[in-house]
Design a protein around this ligand. Structure first.
Ligand SMILES: *Cc1c(COP(=O)(O)O)cnc(C)c1O
Length: 245
């Protein structure tokens, strides 16, 4: 499968930025409240560099090995986000190297992050993944488990819980996912009200290529956009789509 040209990539990028800004304005929000996370999984480092030259800083990756390879090539000039399902035995490879771990889906994973953070003298900013649409195939806490889990995660002093993340169902019509995005926002508000020490519910990571504009209208502070920027992914042997089990 052919990669996009540099111009195509830049045009896609500008269009996504523009649409985010418009969605924010429609909702009476400041576009600066929304971070575009460019999801570069399976895409070459050359594409990342092209976007960095356009001013993009934050990149999201799903696979630990691909993430660490890209970090070793590009380093701190970019900001790295781990957005995929994370196995406990892989935490050690990314601890201290990423700006945010989006998909903490068990208290045991948070505990492992705590251990590795202590070991390496670092701290970790994380989000809890919530399976807000209750899909059989997805990782994440169920809505009714989230508050207690947040309370438990709050007890790990080197793990800082900043909010919630979700991957909404595949939808023909992005409007179908609006209820899930508003549901995640509402859940974050309820958890925030508890005032747990070491927890701030200031980040909502939601919205992908199919539905990021609706997510922005519903309060997303991070949208994770891959194919609208980089083009379709080459589904090789290694890819399992978006956080599916
Ligand atoms: C791949 C992926 C994305 C980006 O998906 P697109 O539909 O290409 O925008 C976002 N979030 C997660 C968790 C992913 O795995």
């Amino acid at each position: 499968m052919s990669e996009l040209t540099e111009d195509e990539l830049k045009n896609n990028y500008r269009e996504v930025k523009e649409r985010i800004a418009e969605a924010a304005k429609r909702a009476g929000r400041d576009p600066k409240e929304v971070t575009l996370l460019a999801v570069s999984k399976t895409k070459p480092v050359s594409n990342i560099r092209t976007l960095m030259a356009e001013g993009q800083r934050a990149f999201g990756e799903n696979y630990v090995q691909e993430l660490t390879e890209k970090i070793s090539e590009i380093g701190d000039a970019a900001e790295w986000h781990m957005i995929g399902h994370l196995q406990r035995n892989k935490v050690k490879y990314i601890i201290g190297k990423v700006r945010l771990i989006h998909a903490v889906d068990s208290v045991r994973l948070a505990e492992q992050i705590e251990k590795e953070a202590v070991k390496t003298g670092s701290e970790a900013d994380v989000l809890m993944e919530v399976n807000i649409a209750r899909e059989e195939s997805k990782w994440g806490f169920m809505e009714e488990e989230a508050l207690d889990a947040a309370h438990e995660i709050a007890a790990f002093p080197h793990v800082h819980l900043h909010g919630l993340m979700t991957s909404a169902p595949i939808a023909e019509n992005p409007e179908d996912n609006r209820k899930y995005f508003s549901g995640l926002r509402e859940l974050a508000r309820r958890i925030g009200e508890e005032g747990f020490d070491n927890v701030s519910m200031d980040t909502l990571s939601m919205g992908m290529t199919q539905d990021y504009e609706v997510a922005v209208e519903e309060g997303a502070t991070i949208v994770r956009v891959g194919s609208a920027i980089f083009g379709k992914r080459n589904y090789g042997v290694k890819e399992v789509p978006s956080g599916e089990k």
